[in-house]
Design a protein around this ligand. Sequence first.
Ligand SMILES: *Cc1c(COP(=O)(O)O)cnc(C)c1O
Length: 412
Amino acid sequence: MKKGSKEWIRADRAHAWHPFTDQEEWESSDPLVIVRGEGCWLIDSEGRRYLDANSSIWTNIHGHGHPRIVAVIQKQAATLCHSSYLGFANDKASELAERLCGFFADEALPRCFFSDDGSTALEVALKMSLQWCQQNGREEREGIIAFDHAYHGDTLGASSVGGVSRFIKGYGESGLSTFRVAGMEDLKTLPEVVVKAASAVVIEPLIQGVNQMRPWPKGMLKELREWCGANEVHLIFDEVMTGFGRTGTMFACQQEEVVPDFLCLAKGLTGGTMPLAATLTTKEIYEGFKGEPERNFYYGHSYTGNPLGCAAALASLDVFEETGVLGDVEEKGAYLEKGLAKFSQITEIRRVGLVLGMDIEGDGKEFCEALKEYQVLTRPILNTIVLMPPLSVTKNELDHLLGAIEKVLSKN
Ligand SMILES: *Cc1c(COP(=O)(O)O)cnc(C)c1O
């Protein structure tokens, strides 16, 4: 039987269940079936081309089907797709761990723990912090401080430190014990009993993603680092979205020259090709798990340290070095922002590097449906349209994006 769009949509409607999706609405919709990617473009089963304006949910970095990354994945697939990281090392994971830790001077973050997704990178950091406290003389520290409207993933621990109410109701009480604060001022006025009961503070540095792309005040990370040091609380940076160049530096924390105790990486780690995550940490944390066997970190997944993912990540880092793409991120972001500034229907633009949220007066979902007609794909967060193209996006492609937005705005 020859398969085609109709057949795939039928099978999807009959059997699939999509993330964050109103399935009742979905079942009567006509979803695009994406079958191919070329650079910053996605191609559907009817042969239509769309600019991937949110990097396939914030993952893609160098464009789809990047020849260098594809060649590395093909070679690695023929060599070794997977072997267990439990009890064995593998060449690609060894190289990647060293390379990721190497981004931080003076061995500030010399240890790398692999997992599979952003959520699991956070689970690792949260569990490491809590367990470290239990076995290193901070037994009373059993809670986590998190920020209002934060998003840290959907596994039980990660979602319980999130602050987006529509994602956590139903199991908010069943996860970690969490204290929520609005910002730095709020944090500083927390009662001492709360501070003394906290093992870590977790934050999306520079900009909160799911909270409609909201940047933090400048200088906040430095202040937070000092507060954590003074109060013996670990600092966890969730760079799942901001990592790998999106904000104009390889990692967002580099812009304020702050090094956390845990750095969580995922989405763009493999250039957006394979699921892989890493949690980097300090020597002090690492050493605190030595001694009796009960002190070890009992955590892992079947695909931890997956060689295919690690090879893809190494290739993506090579592409960064060879193309110097990082150097153009701010310029591209500024070009996009400038192009949008002339539209009076956009009520606010918030941007860090190539991460941009633009607020519109109407419905975000309808706006993105209309953008589709002009060959642009992205997803809204409420009334905020997210524009986060791959870092490899060209000026012509940004013009295509601006043109599509202009057409949609002029229709309303
Ligand atoms: C996407 C995201 C996560 C969760 O990552 P998954 O790979 O979807 O599990 C966590 N934190 C931030 C800031 C994110 O943007």
